[in-house]
Design a protein. Structure first.
Length: 224
């Protein structure tokens, strides 16, 4: 798990950084998983830092998505008959990827800057675990612009392992291979409920850490 990876690097104070969090099941699940990892370790702490808006659905499915993101997905699907393009378009139309695109298009970065500044006030925290790669990339830009070295001063990590994360060398927790296989099977079987267990709870998608240039061993490692 992502938090377990940061703990293994010697971090004991971790900030879980989110844009919008309330009402987003996938973000809550990621935070819960991180909490559980921290609870299994001694003398460790994780804090939730997030923005909240009155209407989360407006960010996820409102004008930004309808006017900018949906046409982009349609173009992606129409490039060829290649199943990979179709699969990619289908994945882009799902949460949390759709949420990341909407965050980018809606100018969420400006709204996150005050939150980033608040987190810096927690002096003991030198590891930021962000709800997705988009927030993590915004955090890295903010920290470096503020004269803070990543990862020497603060390690930053996201989720989803986007292509941009590869290009910018962001450490990330990847779900992509397993999620793509499940999505492909659901498409082939023509059964969208393939991704749900009988109770209706989403299947947990196993993944792995992709370690790049935004995480490193903590300067001070505390022994348990």
């Amino acid at each position: 798990m992502a938090a377990a990876y940061l703990l293994s690097l010697g971090y004991r104070s971790i900030a879980y950084v989110a844009g919008t969090h309330r009402g987003l099941v996938w973000s809550q699940n990621r935070f819960t998983g991180a909490q559980q990892a921290v609870e299994r370790s001694e003398r460790c702490e994780i804090r939730l830092w997030s923005l909240e808006v009155d209407n989360i659905e407006q960010i996820q499915t409102g004008d930004t998505y309808a006017n900018k993101i949906a046409p982009w997905i349609t173009r992606l699907a129409g490039r060829s008959s290649d199943p990979i393009h179709q699969l990619s378009a289908d994945a882009c139309n799902q949460q949390p990827f759709k949420h990341q695109l909407a965050m980018y298009e809606s100018g969420m970065e400006k709204q996150l800057l005050p939150l980033f500044k608040q987190i810096l006030g927690w002096r003991a925290c030198t590891a930021w675990l962000c709800q997705n790669d988009m927030v993590a990339l915004m955090a890295v830009d903010f920290l470096r612009t503020s004269g803070i070295h990543v990862p020497a001063d603060i390690s930053v990590m996201g989720f989803d392992n986007l292509l941009e994360s590869h290009n910018r060398r962001l450490s990330s927790y990847s779900f992509n291979p397993e999620a793509a296989i499940r999505r492909l099977l659901a498409t082939v079987l023509g059964n969208p409920h393939y991704l749900l267990v009988r109770s209706g709870t989403p299947l947990a998608e196993p993944g792995y850490v992709v370690e790049r240039d935004t995480t490193a061993t903590a300067r001070t490692v505390f022994s348990d």
